[in-house]
Structures are given as C-alpha cells and as structure tokens.
Design a protein around this ligand. Structure first.
Ligand code: ZN
Length: 264
C-alpha cells in the first residue's frame, strides 16, 4: 500500500498514518495531575509557573507538588482587580475572589474575565456586613442576593462563601448553602499596606495547602500578591483555586462546613 497514488484512497492512507502517529506518540504527562487520586473527569487543570523545571527546586518528598491558594476579598475594584488579573495571567497563576455584591454592577466584565481565565468566584456578602446574629431575611439579603447576581452574570450556581471578618455562628453555617472558606495565612495587608512586610509574612508562613487572605482593592496588596507568586513559584509552589486545592487533596467541600487550609 502506497500513500503516493493520486487516488481517493490517499485520504485513507493519510488518516491511517495520522492515527498511527497518534497512537505511538507518548502522552506528555501533566506533572501536577500525575498523582491525582481523582477520576479523570473530575480532575482540574492546575496552573503552572512558566517553567517549573527551571524555577523549582526538586521537591524533597518526591512527586507531590506543593499547592497553595491565594484568595482576595472585598473586590471587585476595577483598577486594582484588573491589574491583579493581568499579573496572574502573566504568571499562569489561579486565584479565588470573594466578591461584594454591591460592587458587581458595572463590573460584570471583570467577573466574566475572572471565570474565563480560570479563577474561582465566591460570595463575601452584598454590603460587607457581619453575618452573625442576623435574621434569616437579613442573611438572605446579604448572601442570597449576591448569589442571585452571580448566577445571573455567570449563568451557573455553586459559589463558595467567605463571611466578612470570618465571623460565624450556627445560623451562618446552617444557612450558608455553600462551603465556608476562611484562611490560614493573614498578613493583615489592610493595616499598613506595606508590600515588603506583607510579602515576607506570606512567604515565611507558606505551606503546602495554605489559604492566603489578601484584598485586591489596594495596589500594595496586588503588588505583594504578584511578588509572592514569583517567590513561591521559585520554591516549587503552584497557585490554584480554593476548590482545586481541596479537590487535588481528595477533600470534598461540604455546604456549611468551615475550611481554613488543607490539613496535611
Ligand atoms: Zn472583607
């Protein structure tokens, strides 16, 4: 059988050849997913630094990569959130944004951009109020109202919840309708807006499975976040969304349960 004959069978030859090449080509292993215990259809794309082999020191424990989640509260704010999204995109890093419902109008394009670029979106109430000791109606006015806006803009449900100030009570847990995500590293970036201090705090506390709290409404925090990514990429960390962080560690997030980090 020859592939040079000018005959309709040439197409079959070419297709057969391509199929053979396809079958014989070894698949490029996705390093981060290699040890994932999740079934293939539940695996998530994990962001990678541009050249992990070049920048990351070999993981002493072997195969499992170190995963960490950056989370940003109190946005969106057009100027700073856009700058952050640009920086995350340049670095191939994913993050999670806990948004204020009252700030969504006019910023719908930012929400769509977040999602299109692989970030996760969560609820941080409509008006940044403490959720404890609220009536059900007042709770819904903060959480359900924000959820409804997100559903309308993004066309799906399933948003994590972060209560302002991390304030919780039994009612918040019962009514949350979503996993409640707190944090394990809080550099208090709002206090002095000191980029260098915030970076040092985060880098010195970073562990596999950490959840970092920042606010993307301050330019200094955006700058700190991007520097943290560069520093921790060089230590072999991968920046993933909160849901991916837990999924990759085989933890199923449950509504009303509180999560601060992946327990290692
Ligand atoms: Zn907040």
């Amino acid at each position: 059988m020859t592939c040079s004959a000018p005959h309709p069978s040439v197409l079959l030859c070419v297709l057969t050849g391509l199929w053979l090449v396809f079958c014989l080509t070894p698949r490029m292993p996705a390093a981060v997913q290699a040890d994932s215990p999740l079934p293939e259809d539940q695996r998530v794309e994990v962001s990678q630094p541009p050249s992990p082999e070049d920048t990351a020191a070999p993981d002493e424990e072997g195969e499992k990569p170190k995963l960490i989640a950056l989370t940003f509260d109190d946005g969106p704010k057009r100027s700073t959130t856009s700058a952050l999204l640009d920086g995350l995109a340049e670095r191939g890093a994913q993050a999670t944004f806990f948004l204020i419902g009252a700030q969504l109008e006019g910023n719908e394009d930012l929400l769509l951009r977040m999602e299109a670029e692989g970030h996760e979106i969560g609820i941080h109430t409509y008006g940044h109020v403490q959720l404890t000791a609220l009536s059900r109606a007042d709770f819904d006015d903060q959480v359900e109202r924000t959820r409804a806006i997100l559903k309308r803009v993004l066309g799906h449900n399933g948003f994590l919840l972060r209560p302002p100030y991390g304030s919780l009570d039994e009612s918040v847990r019962q009514w949350a309708g979503a996993p409640i995500i707190l944090w394990s590293i809080d550099p208090e970036d709002w206090k002095d807006k000191d980029t260098a201090r915030v970076v040092e705090h985060i880098v010195s506390h970073a562990e596999d499975g950490s959840i970092i709290l920042l606010h993307d409404i301050y330019p200094e925090s955006v700058e700190a976040a991007l520097e943290v990514i560069d520093r921790l990429h060089a230590q072999g960390y991968y920046f993933v969304t909160v849901s991916d962080l837990f999924a990759e560690n085989s933890v199923t997030l449950e509504p009303g349960e509180v999560y601060r980090q992946v327990e290692n």
